[in-house]
Design a protein around this ligand. Structure first.
Ligand code: CUK
Ligand code: CUA
Length: 652
């Protein structure tokens, strides 16, 4: 050990010693190894409930979690993968935002195209406000194949393949100003539902706010999913024009209500804001009415109408069913719902819809049989200003159950039990939908938005666990500055009483929705199945090198570098080009050992790849800066990892 290292080690030990002493003064330390559980609990001041909570979340090393939660990454634009019950963060999937570890968005041709597909209005958009992840479904149950997620800020959807947990597609919706109530899938993932949020002119042009009622519109898009291709198919998708109200959450009918979609609709007042012009502010104007509307859409019939000649118009290249056509064809109905609605959640049997209005302490339970009867009997209480029939409220509502303050979102456990988040009360309420009674309330910390339960929005919920996705954490964690962590709280719902088990700060904001799938439904690959695999097409790449065929070729005005990355070298190690030449790198990792990933980063050229075992990627760049640029492997892949390097020489 040289002198410098000794000094460093000395400082470290000193700091640790000081920390240990400080710890000993401020709180009792844990008893040492070999101490009994009783001794440890006494030393740390733990109650029996604390110990039971700790044991319930503990997953011993080498063992796996029973469930996986896919959570929105909020402003990060990503999707989080978290094990349950351990709450261990397993992955941050790069979706709308570049992700350096996965080399997502830093050079590869395919990623560049994926991200460009999401650019809007001439702007390069490299973030998202992801709200609602949706796992693909078969017969109303998660099938573990795909994940969809929306970007509310810029109306986009992404498709993630759960074989390699990578984003495969980003689609944009030029008709919308933003979206919110997606992604939600129909029971066989026939469609991914994407309702707009704020109304805008659908043709993308300017219209004065005074023309709001004539020119601004709401809308909902049904994106056709091609499961074999693993892509949303724009040409088979369609949009339905809606009045200029604002859409919020949505859900798809299942079982008896299969074929229908339900969307909460607010600002039915058509408030246009403009507080500095003397108008009521949006928050008052858009919540003046006691009732807003639940929008009911027959998507199965709408899909047929969309295919009929003359029933759609093209707006910005998209197929749109005009509102009047939707009314005439019986595709759309409204029914009143309590003011400022937020969540709409179909029960597992598809017989009921539970709706929460943020400013009403009740959950309103609608019955599907009654809705169908009201439609058949044309039992309308009128139409709205645009001619949409309004189903009579009393005819379709089964009951209203007083749950507490600020009910938002409902999930389902087993045996007819529902759980609803209470935003204003910072609590989760457990209640019986069929009996209409509240069973229990559990305080959470704090300002809960969504809750997620094990398979809690499928046809067969598991119960077992509930995660409360809290906006605030206030006093739960050490202060890390004025921007506090946001908090996932794990709750055990197996017993008569809910038990709070674990606080999990997520390090990014803001959590919206999550879905929890039984882990054994997922069948992710451990390595890519063939050497030279292209994750963008999920098939073998053609124009690549494997071990022994590495080379540099000049053709068609480009320098093609066929490279392999194997522990612990790149071949070739020297790339010599002239300034201004176009370089195409074809890099393959021919390893088939689990976890033998190599990175590939070029100094100052903003190129950064992750080459997982078997993976092949193509990078194109112009060697515009002359000089000497080392490239190296960014994964500590072997003892000789630091030697896994090379040079890009760019001759002036
Ligand atoms: S929303 Cu965030 S708490 Cu976007 Cu589903 Cu309700
Ligand atoms: Cu390969 Cu480090």
């Amino acid at each position: 050990m040289n002198a410098k290292r000794r000094r460093f080690a000395g400082i470290t030990l000193g700091v640790l010693g000081a920390l240990a002493l400080a710890g000993a003064c401020s709180q009792p330390s844990a008893a040492g190894p070999g101490a009994s559980i009783g001794d440890i609990a006494a030393a740390r001041g733990l109650s029996e409930a604390d110990i039971s909570a700790a044991v319930k979340t503990y997953v011993p090393t080498g063992q796996f979690d029973e469930y996986m939660m896919f959570a929105s990454g909020g402003h990060s634009g990503q999707a989080l993968v978290i094990g349950i019950p351990s709450m261990r963060l397993l992955k941050v999937i790069g979706v709308f935002t570049p992700e350096p570890w996965q080399g997502y968005g830093y050079g590869s041709e395919e990623h560049a195209q994926l991200m460009e597909d999401g650019d809007m209005a001439g702007h390069e958009i490299r973030w998202g406000d992801s709200h609602h992840p949706a796992l693909s479904e078969t017969d109303g149950d998660y099938d573990g194949q795909y994940l969809f997620i929306n970007d509310k800020a810029n109306p986009r959807l992404a498709v993630i393949d759960l074989r390699d947990f990578e984003t495969k597609q980003i689609v944009q919706n030029p008709l919308f100003g933003s979206n919110h109530g997606g992604a939600f899938v129909t029971p066989n993932t026939e469609y991914v539902i994407e309702p707009a949020q704020y109304a805008v002119p659908l043709d993308g042009t300017y219209a004065h706010i005074d023309e709001y009622e004539e020119r601004y519109r709401g809308a909902v898009t049904f994106w056709k999913f091609d499961r074999d291709a693993g892509r949303l198919d724009e040409s088979e998708s369609f949009t339905i024009e809606l009045p200029p109200y604002w859409q919020d959450l949505s859900d798809a009918g299942k079982g008896p209500s299969h074929g229908w979609a339900f969307i909460n609709t607010f600002n039915t007042e058509m408030a246009t804001g403009g507080v500095m012009k003397g108008n009521p502010p949006f928050e008052a104007g858009a919540s003046a009415n006691d009732m807003d509307y639940l929008t009911l859409i027959n998507w199965e019939a709408a899909a047929r109408v969309a295919d009929e000649a003359g029933k759609t118009v093209q707006i910005q290249g998209r197929r749109v069913i005009p509102l009047q056509t939707a009314i005439d064809e019986g595709l759309i109905y409204f029914t009143p719902e309590p003011k400022s609605p937020h969540g709409v959640d179909v029960t597992p049997d598809g017989q009921r819809l539970v709706i929460s209005g943020k400013l009403d302490p009740h959950a309103t339970v609608y019955e599907w049989d009654r809705i169908q009867t009201a439609i058949a009997d044309q039992n309308f209480s009128g139409t709205d200003a645009y001619g949409v029939p309004i189903l009579d409220f009393d005819a379709v509502v089964e009951k209203q159950v007083e749950l507490g303050l600020g009910p938002l979102h409902t999930q389902y456990g087993s045996n007819d039990i529902a759980y609803t988040s209470l935003f204003l009360e910072s609590a989760v309420v457990k209640w019986s939908v069929s009996q209409g009674v509240v069973l229990e309330k559990l305080p959470v910390h704090y300002n809960v938005g969504h809750i997620a339960m094990a398979e809690g929005d499928t046809r067969s919920p598991d119960g077992n666990y509930l995660v409360s996705l809290n906006k605030w954490s206030i006093d739960r964690f050490a202060t890390v500055g004025p921007l506090h962590p946001q908090n996932f709280q794990l709750v055990d719902v197996t017993g008569d009483q809910m038990q709070l088990l674990y606080d999990s700060p997520i390090g990014i904001g803001e959590p919206h929705y999550a879905q929890i799938i039984k882990a054994d439904k997922l069948a992710a690959w451990e390595t890519y199945p063939q050497i030279g695999f292209n994750p963008a097409t999920m098939s073998p790449a053609e124009d690549i090198a494997t071990t022994g065929t590495e080379r540099i070729e000049r053709r068609d005005g480009e320098v093609h570098v066929y490279m392999t990355a194997v522990r612990s070298h790149f071949t070739p190690e020297h790339i010599e080009v002239n300034q201004g030449e176009n370089v195409v790198l074809h890099v393959t990792n021919p390893e088939q050992t689990r976890d033998a990933t190599h990175g590939f980063a070029i100094d100052k050229y903003n190129v950064n790849l992750s080459l997982e075992p078997g993976e092949s990627q193509v990078v194109r760049f112009t060697a515009d800066a002359a000089g000497v640029f080392p490239f190296y492997c960014t994964e500590f892949c072997s003892a000789l990892h630091l030697e896994m390097a090379g040079y890009l020489f760019v001759r002036p």
